[in-house]
Design a protein around this ligand. Structure first.
Ligand SMILES: [Fe+2]
Length: 425
């Protein structure tokens, strides 16, 4: 029996299985995920749940992220496990992503074995603390490395267990921030032949949810340098900003915007010298839910896209295109409209990193609302940065603000668009 079973089983029935953070493709299948040890395979045509995978039963994980990476025909994710040493550990999980849907029943029956049946742990990194796990929402991948960033914002597992049993407090109430401790970058070799080697880099404390991208580079021939870009915050008060009470009082709280003050930063990790270069602000604007052209994950890149996190800025609901080479940015906004995560879709036979479109859902405030249940899908030309199409979505109830999505090509979808409007029920 796993130690984690002793820990988790009494609470398993108290876990929500609401996997509402993101969707990720595994070959032609798609799963919805959150930071709970469950994943739901979903029908992409009607979004019904097809089956639920208990990831704790598969791998013994007590947590995994909703920010996976696809690399060739594999999908990678990170999670956490408990060990007998009382020192929890982080793991990197590898799964096949080769399933092809049958033509007769494209959304109901996977043709091959479940990707979860191929899941295996390819790297294990112990937490720096006994009984505590660093909170990790996302991670990075390059051709030769996995990069896990352990911020000094930890989940104290005994308190988490008590809170879980009481069902009264969210995960955030189990978090402890140690401002005097470093943020650790664990750089893990992907070369299985040598057993995964881990090199640790330490930087002054910062907080993050979302990594942006990482890539390998050289200054001299014998260099082995990794560039890491992350949306960083100086302290954990932005987590407090998401409590319902804080949201309700946001308009009257003059310090509310300060809670969300973060900036995208670049770190340079020199694997040859073991040195980390001090972080550098990429652009002076808050960027959240960053996305890039997925063809450039783990590679040198030029652009990322994000929504504005500076809620006290003029037109705070803006979209941002950041040039990480020139350290410049452009914004796009519509008055009284608030954007969601931008999703980049490359043009067919794309001829450049920003040759494609960006899609985002607009939610409206004030007089722009034009009815309580109107939202709009806006499509921007990523290179010219102009809106080229908008589709109004009239729903039976107001759409909630979304977190993470994914673009799935339409080859299997029935035609559901009529005229210039889509009706969502
Ligand atoms: Fe996220």
């Amino acid at each position: 029996m796993r130690l984690s079973s002793l820990f988790l089983s009494p609470f398993e029935s108290t876990f929500s299985d609401n996997a509402s953070i993101g969707i990720h493709p595994f070959g032609d299948e798609a799963y919805s995920l959150a930071e709970i040890p469950f994943a739901h395979r979903i029908n992409l045509e009607n979004l019904e749940t097809l089956e639920t995978v208990n990831v704790h039963n598969v791998l013994g994980l007590v947590h995994h992220t909703a920010h996976l990476h696809t690399w060739a025909d594999k999908v990678y994710n990170i999670g956490s496990k408990l060990g007998f040493s009382l020192r929890p550990c982080y793991v990197v999980v590898e799964m096949d992503a080769t399933s092809k849907l049958t033509t007769s029943s494209p959304f109901d029956e996977p043709s091959g074995k479940s990707p979860w049946s191929t899941a295996k742990i390819v790297a294990t990194i112990p937490s720096r603390w006994p009984l505590k796990l660093g909170y990790m929402h996302s991670f990075l991948i390059t051709p030769n490395y996995f990069i896990l960033v352990e911020q000094p914002l930890s989940i104290f597992m005994p308190k988490f267990a008590v809170n879980q049993l009481s069902r009264r407090k969210p995960l955030a109430s189990s978090l402890q921030f140690f401002p005097d401790e470093d943020t650790c970058f664990y750089v893990v070799s992907r070369n299985q032949a040598n057993n995964p080697q881990c090199q640790v880099f330490r930087a002054p404390a910062f907080i993050y949810f979302h990594t942006i991208n990482a890539f390998e580079t050289k200054i001299r021939d014998d260099d082995d340098i990794i560039i890491v870009d992350i949306s960083c915050y100086d302290d954990p008060s932005f987590i407090d900003s998401m409590y319902v009470e804080a949201l309700e009082n946001a308009q009257s709280n003059p310090d509310y915007a300060k809670m969300l003050h973060g900036r995208p930063k670049r770190f340079t990790l020199n694997c040859t010298s073991g040195q980390i270069t001090e972080s550098k602000v990429i652009v002076n604007i808050g960027c959240e839910l960053p996305k890039i052209n997925s063809e450039f994950v783990g590679k040198p890149y030029n652009y990322f896209y994000a929504m504005c996190a500076d809620i006290d800025a003029n037109n705070p609901g803006k979209l941002i295109k950041v040039d990480v080479v020139k350290n410049t940015f452009k914004t796009w906004h519509e008055p009284n409209a608030f954007t969601s995560e931008p999703i980049f879709v490359p043009a067919p036979n794309s001829k450049g990193e920003d040759d494609g479109v960006l899609m985002s859902i607009l939610l409206y405030g004030g007089e722009s609302r034009i009815g309580p249940n109107r939202s709009t899908l806006v499509i921007l030309h990523a290179k010219s940065w102009e809106a080229i199409a908008k589709v109004d979505i009239l729903s039976e109830s107001a759409l909630p603000k979304c977190l993470h999505g994914w673009f799935f090509p339409d080859e299997h979808f029935k035609e559901t668009v009529t005229q210039d409007k889509v009706t969502v029920s």
